[in-house]
Structures are given as C-alpha cells and as structure tokens.
Design a protein around this ligand. Structure first.
Ligand SMILES: Nc1ncnc2c1ncn2[C@@H]1O[C@H](COP(=O)(O)OP(=O)(O)OP(=O)(O)O)[C@@H](O)[C@H]1O
Ligand SMILES: [Mg+2]
Length: 191
C-alpha cells in the first residue's frame, strides 16, 4: 500500500471555496482550501456532477440506437439488476429520486475506485481523496495561482515535450499493466 500523502489534511475543520476551475455540461470543478484542526491547509479539487439522466436520448438515436423508449427501459432494467436489494432494483427501474441517487453514487464511486487503484499502482493521477453521491474530491494539480495547464495549452519547448512524451508512455504502461485502457486520452485530459 502506498502511504497516504503527507500534504493531505485528513480531518477538515473548515472548507473554503476559492473559485471555479472548470465548468462543463456534466461536472463543475471547484477549488477548495481545506483547514485541519492544527491549522494546516491543503488544496482540494471538488468535482461536482450535475444531475444527469442515465443517457441523452437524442444523442443515442443519432448514433442509430433503438427507439428511445425501448432503450430507456432496457438500460434501467440492466442497471437495476446490479443492485442486490429488490427495493433498490425497483427504484432504479422506475427512476425514482432514490433510484437516481443510487446510480449517481455508483458513478462517483466507480471513478474513485479506478483512480484509487491506478494511484496505488503508481500512476501520476491526482490523489483521490473521497467521494459522496455527486461529489468526487481530488488532489488539486496546481497551486494558489491556478490549475496546471492542459497539455494542449502548456506551450512546452522541445525538451519539455520530450519529457511529457516519456511521462505519457510511462503512465500508459502503468495503466495497461493494471488491466485498464484509457478511454479518453487527449491533450485536454493531460495536465
Ligand atoms: N484535480 C485537478 N486539479 C487541477 N485541474 C483539474 C483537476 N481535475 C480536473 N481538472 C481540470 O478540469 C478539466 C476537466 O476535468 P475532467 O477531465 O476530470 O472532467 P471531465 O468530466 O472528464 O470533462 P471532459 O469530459 O471535458 O474531459 C481537466 O481537463 C483539467 O483541466
Ligand atoms: Mg476530461
């Protein structure tokens, strides 16, 4: 087990909002300063998922999927079956407020689990701090003056690019060795 990073303030006495890092259609990321009982502070990226439907029906139809009503039912049924308690299964199938909560929880929980196992394997992902129903808390990559730039706008010189490429190959090697494939690798998703 990798030890918990020493910069991390584990017990929060207060969290103060510093600003918005990014805001997209699925999630907003806020920068938060966390203060512990001894007055130590650390920066946390708080990724908050906006309430989401299981999928966007227009988008799926455009891609040639089945008629939305059949598909919706199918998705709900399939998602629902993954819950052991029949009460939970029914809630997801019917998409009640409680059912939506269950799915959302699994969503942030899944992102957290994948990041944890990759962090554990030594990958340079932000340290995943924790999650709740619609919030994922991560190590903030950056400092008080702002977030680290995405690779697409980092304006690296030749030597910097060579190092970034080497880091990328090392990272992908760790991901593959851990049994995963990156589903969204781009210069937007590398800092
Ligand atoms: N922990 C972090 N520290 C600093 N910046 C971050 C952090 N997490 C995310 N960001 C910034 O916010 C952007 C969006 O975050 P992320 O890629 O996790 O969201 P996403 O839901 O995948 O959005 P998209 O679909 O646009 O990729 C990142 O590309 C990065 O610039
Ligand atoms: Mg992204």
């Amino acid at each position: 087990m990798r030890p918990i990073p020493d910069w991390l303030v584990v017990e929060s006495v207060s969290d103060s909002d510093i600003g918005v890092v990014t805001s997209g259609k699925e999630a907003q990321i806020d920068l938060v300063e966390r203060t512990g009982p001894d007055g130590r502070t650390c920066l946390v990226a708080r990724k908050r998922y906006l309430p989401r439907e299981v999928h966007n029906k227009g988008e799926l139809e455009a891609l040639g999927f089945q008629r939305a009503s059949t598909f919706r039912h199918d998705v709900r049924y399939r998602e629902g079956r993954q819950f052991r308690k029949s009460r939970d299964r029914r809630a997801v199938e019917r998409m009640t407020t409680y059912g939506k909560h269950l799915l959302q929880d699994r969503w942030t929980g899944h992102e957290y689990d994948v990041m944890s196992s990759l962090w554990e394997a030594g990958l340079t992902v932000p340290y995943p701090i924790g999650y709740s129903t619609d919030v994922l808390e991560l190590e903030f990559v950056g400092d008080r003056s702002g977030a680290a730039p995405q690779l697409r706008s980092a304006r690296l010189d030749r030597a910097g690019l060579a190092r970034a490429f080497e880091q990328l190959v090392d990272g992908l090697t760790v991901i593959v060795a851990a049994g995963w494939a990156h589903g969204d690798l781009s210069a937007y998703n590398l800092l």
